[in-house]
Design a protein. Sequence first.
Length: 444
Amino acid sequence: MSNKNGIVLCALLYVLLGGSFGEAQANVFSLSGGQTYTLNDSTLTYTVEYIGDNGSGAFIQHGGSNYVSSLCLGFAATDQGIYRIDGGEVHASYAYVGYYGNALFSQSGGVNYTSFLRIGENGNSSGTYNLSGGDLNTISTSIAIDGVGSFNQSGGSINGKKLSVNENGTYNFSGGALNSTNIYNDGLFNVQHSSLNDSINGSFTNNAMTRIIESESHFNNDVTNNGVFDVSSSTVNFSGKFTNNGEYISSSSANYFYDLYIGKTGSIAGMAESFFSLAGDFVSDATDLSKWYTPTSTLEFTGDSSHDFYWGGSDTGTVSFFDNFSAWSLLSLAGDETLSFYDSNSDYGAGLYIQQLDGLLFDEDGNIKNLFAEEGFNIYYLAELNEELGGKIFDLSGGGQLIGLNADGTLAASAAATPLPGAVWLLASGFLGIGFIRRRLGNV
């Protein structure tokens, strides 16, 4: 029997048997007509409880225990139900916060053991759950099934196996702990003003909009983004693998990843000097770079280990360097890292554009020993921002090259000093847009 059919059957039973306020007729409890019930230290046991039936009703719990199979707040379209708990325990198989009507469940303490929590069940219903303290333990929490629903967490903890934010649902997280084996967002997931001790634990899949605003946030499991992940004025840590098939937008933020995988439809936009740090690998299969923007962003590799960097951007040569929005402002190796570059597209040759490099290590012969690039992979850098490299062209282990450019777009190294690949000679012969390049440089 479905959840909906189950509560309708309970509703019919309630009407037929004439359950009334405070009476245990057929194990049905009802609050209506503005009635309020307060539970302090006793124990209630009912099959179904209607809070807000034929009008409004309020249930206030300071202690004791409330055992119920189906807890329904705001049953009919014109009904309004309120449940407030700051102590004691609730034990429910199903809890509907807004069945056809409007409802509010507010928890500042106590423990809510509800197997299936459903907020905004039917069309035109509206439900809100506020969690500021205590524990909410569920198997499944669904927000905005066919109605409108919101969950506001500023404290306490929610513990469960599945959390679903549907199309018309909103989850606002500003504190506490969100612990769910799987979290799915098809609506709006907001993280705002969270602090160091607040965390989101569970596999997180974003299919719509996730916003992180002025927060220090921790996602402690794998994250998959198929929509928009917008980070603003925040520090965000991803302990698991981050798979980005949508848009990842960062503004004035520090973003810490372990492994970052970017699918064919994925992109990164780093605004206002954003910072990206990886303890693992950077793998990009992105084929459309039209939404990519990183020329003012720093990319750091850390952790004293070997890292792989897969990149599918074409080697478009020096003319497009300052017009290439997939360039990076700074590439930094923060310790004894070794960084290996690989071409992830099907065509031969790839180009990565870096204005400034930091953390390069050299052997006694002056060769760079902590960069590897496969043949056909060229890395371009600005000579004037890397004086220690002397504008030279370096042959890297694997067959790729590190190539210095002048500010006017010309090759910094003379042709006689180091043999150049044919692609670079071809591109070097056509620098007709030097004035444009200078203007672009001035904006970087």
